[in-house]
Design a protein around this ligand. Structure first.
Ligand code: 5GP
Length: 183
């Protein structure tokens, strides 16, 4: 769906599908260069990272492997607590693999810092992160993120895989959700 399909539900379109597509090509070029001669394992974090994984992986010119994890964080309401439960684990062995975690958005960074430690603990040769969106003002832990699409304000956004109550994942752009939708 396009922003025009849900215009009353958005207060602002933050990033357009064209901007996402252009930035994806830039990130992919950087990843192609950085991983030249290697074959990284892309680990997508379900469900939000489906769109990023799909577009980023196809923009790469090298061979990669792909696998998926689903996690849920124990927390009050919409706040992440950093205590993470693995709902679906990888099917691949990450031992001595170059792992690139593919994420939709980094908010507090708590989920990601858990995942990074978890994958390092399994003996990955390297663990890096590619995230399409990051909210720098919300970061609660120091986090090294090698590939970031866009830094955005500390607001609740939907689209490009990001949902509210299961909806808006198939919105092509990313926008700020209007308060009347969730209040
Ligand atoms: P963190 O552990 O970094 O606080 O939480 C990251 C996860 O929270 C993301 O993978 C995403 O599922 C969810 N999240 C954080 N911010 C937003 C947002 O603005 N919109 C949506 N739809 N999900 C978000």
């Amino acid at each position: 769906m396009d922003s025009s399909d849900v215009a009353p539900d958005l207060t602002e379109i933050l990033v357009t599908q064209e901007q996402i597509a252009a930035r994806t090509l830039e990130l992919a070029a950087q990843i192609d260069t950085d991983y030249a001669g290697r074959e990284p394992l892309l680990v997508g974090v379900l469900n939000g990272a489906v769109m990023v994984m799909s577009d980023l992986s196809r923009a790469l010119h090298m061979h990669v492997r792909m696998d998926w994890m689903a996690v849920s964080s124990y927390g009050a309401g919409t706040k992440s607590s950093g205590v993470v439960r693995i709902l679906k684990d990888l099917t691949s062995d990450v031992h001595e693999r170059d792992v690139l975690i593919v994420e939709d958005i980094i908010d507090t960074g708590l989920t990601l810092s858990y995942l990074i430690e978890n994958l390092k603990g399994r003996g990955a040769a390297s663990v890096e992160v590619a995230a399409m969106f990051r909210k720098p003002d919300a970061l609660a832990v120091p986090l090294e993120v090698k590939y970031v699409g866009f830094d955005i304000p500390n607001q609740f956004v939907v689209g490009y895989g990001l949902d509210f109550d299961g909806r808006y994942r198939n919105l092509r752009d990313v926008g700020i959700l209007a308060p009347h939708v969730y209040s």
